[in-house]
Write a protein that binds this ligand. Structure first.
Ligand SMILES: Nc1ncnc2c1ncn2[C@@H]1O[C@H](COP(=O)(O)OP(=O)(O)OP(=O)(O)O)[C@@H](O)[C@H]1O
Ligand SMILES: [Mg+2]
Length: 346
């Protein structure tokens, strides 16, 4: 990428400040000596966006602007250090909402320039994949990594934290987006994932036979828009009959269809690549049905499944710190003219 420069010597920061602002969470973390997350502060705007049934980008950027100094100060205080102790900054550069990313990147640049310290721009998906290294139980390289979140559903062969090959991605909706849209159809609150997974525990996963898009020609790609439409058609039919809407069964059956596809494709990717460690990251990785089914089905194939703890699945800055640390150690620093990017390139 053109906005990066490689310094001759890598850097192991004593206290790395990491910031995340790609979507609707303003987050900051301090990683000390490349090992310890001293603080991890997440300020979520979810209650504000809930009123609108989804994220309103203009509101998101304004709220980031209000929150960012407070969140960074809280992270520094919580870590028990001084601003002067920070010797590098890692910042999410993209993909995400442009207005939100700009707030974080501008803050990080100003902070780093004022103090004369380096900063590095982190890819949000690489940060999600790096979240597994916040745990004590970690995979070796290469591993198969999946990011399954509000905006992405992609499978990678992860050779190192600096080298990832895209093996497959969604052609339309992301899995988290499908959870959010189905929640809206069912009149449930935003974000849909937590509420659907909760209601699903009381429903029958076999009550409705929703479609599973397996896409045999490109078996590692995904498509969730047909599933969402099928839930919508079913709900309309049930409403026409004026019967009571079986929300719990609908949630359980929808969730089962998503989980079926994710588990099958992830195991397929592992087998195809002869790699027996798989990592699932991003907001949907917090889903307990997915965690339970992947662990047991992968286990039967001799594949070990790794998940970050639920707090590290959704957006946070601790994962940005881990990804940023690897870049700084490799001497990858951003230049002052670095810009944000809204979409993933590959
Ligand atoms: N328990 C759960 N089950 C299923 N989905 C969940 C669960 N918890 C959260 N989600 C989903 O995760 C998504 C949020 O995850 P995350 O914060 O990683 O996404 P994002 O940052 O908005 O998107 P991206 O990372 O692609 O830019 C939402 O779509 C939400 O519904
Ligand atoms: Mg995310």
């Amino acid at each position: 990428m053109s906005h990066e420069s490689k310094s001759k010597k890598g850097l192991l920061p004593r206290h790395l400040l990491a910031i995340e602002s790609s979507c609707d969470e303003t987050a900051a973390a301090i990683l000390s000596h490349g090992e310890v997350i001293e603080s991890n502060i997440v300020s979520s705007q979810v209650k504000i966006h809930r009123e609108y049934g989804g994220i309103v980008p203009e509101i998101a950027s304004r709220k980031h602007l209000e929150a960012i100094s407070l969140v960074v100060n809280e992270a520094i205080e919580h870590a028990g250090i001084e601003i002067a102790d920070i010797d590098a900054v890692a910042i999410t550069q993209g993909p995400g909402l442009v207005g939100s990313l700009v707030v974080g990147l501008s803050f990080a640049k100003a902070f780093a320039m004022a103090r004369g310290i380096p900063f590095t721009g982190v890819n949000h998906l690489a940060a999600h994949l790096a979240s597994i290294f916040l745990e004590s139980d970690t995979p070796g390289f290469p591993f198969i990594g999946m990011v399954v979140s509000g905006g992405h559903t992609s499978i990678y062969r992860v050779n190192s934290m600096l080298s990832m090959e895209l093996l497959g991605r969604t052609r339309d909706d992301a899995a988290g987006e499908a959870f959010d849209k189905v929640a809206k159809i069912l009149g449930l609150e935003y974000p849909g994932g937590p509420v659907i997974s909760h209601l699903a525990t009381k429903g029958d996963p076999a009550a409705f036979d929703f479609p599973r898009a397996m896409l045999p020609d490109t078996p590692l790609d995904f498509s969730f828009s047909g599933l969402k439409t099928s839930v919508l058609t079913t709900v309309r039919r049930l409403e026409n009959d004026r019967s009571h809407l079986p929300v719990e069964d609908l949630c359980a059956s929808f969730q089962e269809a998503v989980v079926d596809v994710l588990v099958k494709k992830l195991i397929h990717a592992a087998r195809d690549n002869g790699i027996y460690e798989v990592v699932v990251t991003g907001g949907v990785a917090a889903n307990s049905r997915l965690r339970q089914r992947l662990s047991s089905e992968a286990g039967r194939e001799g594949i070990e499944a790794f998940f970050p703890s639920p707090g590290y699945c959704t957006d946070n800055a601790a994962m940005v710190a881990v990804a940023g640390l690897h870049q700084l150690k490799a001497g990858i620093e951003a230049r002052v003219d670095a810009d944000v990017y809204s979409r993933q390139f590959s």
